[in-house]
Write a protein that binds this ligand. Structure first.
Ligand code: PLP
Length: 372
């Protein structure tokens, strides 16, 4: 088979860090704050701008606070777990490796004896089995299996426990009903195309109530502490970060958020994601050797789309991905190390649909090369 002539212009299909926004260049970064204090007037202004732009783009209701915290998504999720869990029983949901990570935290580190509801790679567990007197931990979009929750309908309005959503591969790509999310977390390097390093923590009113009424029986590192004298440290949610952030990452997030605004805000980003995933759907539909790891269409991710490859083992996938990387037509498309062997192609908003379309013939070419 001859090499296809058309190449993706931006071969960035990694599921994290994901493609930078179209047209991104380091020249776009406002560098005035570099070399200066993040607690200066300008520093606080830039942090606040990042927070305000996130609030606007996510269409976050006024009831919810949003702040920048250390340690990327993991830091944000763990600070919430360590600060809030233990007040009531815990249920942890897992259907791929990131959800499993939160199960490990709850069971082995926090020793909370959680109820664990699991499903295999490709499946979603039975969400109707959840006892909502519990605090419930889940991953909105399982990045390593390409299985997401289809919506927030399964989270009751009158829940007693708190919902903790790791939404890092879901925000800026899906329409999230924040009224169903008490704790939400993400990091910038996914659908927004920002840099890693910082987590974003979203707290609904019930989460704040929990923080102000419950003191966990465990030591809390300084970078997890969200209250002072029994009251929420509101500064975290206006740009007074707990410790020193990378202002370069903050400036980069601002560039990405300004791009998001220019691309039509959240509706625009969702439309771009959908167009990308639809382009990939067409590629899969035209090839009997490609399929989806996620069995049910409603819970199939539209961001981290995980594909099965007929007859593939881990070795074949490695060669497949390497061939395409060497051709500079697709970077980082091998599935996650703990997932069943397959391909994973990011379809978030910072990817262009034309580039997904151009990828199809290259997948055929790589398969042919390996077969011969
Ligand atoms: C669903 C999910 N949760 C958590 C993480 C960890 O994110 P971070 O590296 O920002 O801590 C990832 C990273 O890929 C993820 O996809």
């Amino acid at each position: 088979m001859l090499k296809p002539t058309r190449r993706p212009v931006r071969p960035y299909f990694s599921s994290g860090p994901c493609a930078k926004p179209p047209g991104w260049s380091p020249d776009q970064l406002d560098t005035r704050i570099l070399g200066r204090s993040h607690r200066s007037g300008l520093g606080k202004e830039r942090l606040k701008l990042a927070i305000d732009l996130m609030r606007e783009t996510l269409a976050l209701p006024d009831s919810h606070r949003i702040g920048i915290v250390p340690g990327s998504d993991t830091g944000a999720f763990e600070m919430a777990m360590w600060s809030m869990l233990g007040a009531r029983p815990v249920t942890a949901l897992a259907w791929e490796s990131f959800g499993e990570g939160w199960v490990t935290d709850a069971a082995k580190q926090l020793k909370l004896d959680p109820t664990v509801i699991r499903a295999d790679y490709g499946q979603l567990p039975d969400l109707s089995r959840i006892d909502w007197r519990h605090d419930v931990l889940f991953t909105w979009n399982g990045t390593t299996s390409g299985v997401r929750v289809p919506d927030a309908e399964w989270i009751p309005e009158d829940r007693v426990g708190l919902s903790f959503a790791d939404a890092t591969s879901a925000v800026f790509a899906y329409d999230i009903d924040w009224s169903k999310v008490d704790v939400g977390t993400f990091s910038w390097q996914k659908a927004l195309g920002g840099e890693g390093g910082h987590g974003v923590l979203i707290l609904g009113p019930h989460a704040v109530e929990r923080l102000e009424s419950f003191t966990p029986d465990r030591p809390l590192p300084k970078i997890f502490r969200m209250t002072k004298g029994g009251k929420l440290n509101e500064g975290i949610f206006t740009g007074e970060t707990i410790n020193t952030p990378s202002m370069l990452s903050v400036e980069d997030a601002i560039v990405a958020l300004e791009w998001a605004r220019s691309a039509g805000g959240l509706p625009g980003m969702i439309a771009r994601t959908e167009a990308n995933a639809a382009a990939l759907d067409r590629i899969v539909a035209g090839r009997n050797w490609l399929g989806y790891l996620a069995e049910h269409p409603a819970s199939r991710s539209r961001t981290s789309v995980c594909l099965t490859v007929a007859g593939a083992d881990a070795e074949m996938i490695k060669r497949f991905a390497k061939l395409l990387e060497a051709e500079e037509v697709a970077y980082d498309i091998a599935g996650y190390r703990d997932a069943p062997p397959g391909l994973r192609i990011w379809c978030g908003a910072t990817v262009d649909a034309a580039d997904i379309e151009a990828l199809g013939p290259w997948l055929d070419w790589a398969r042919d090369e390996i077969k011969n």
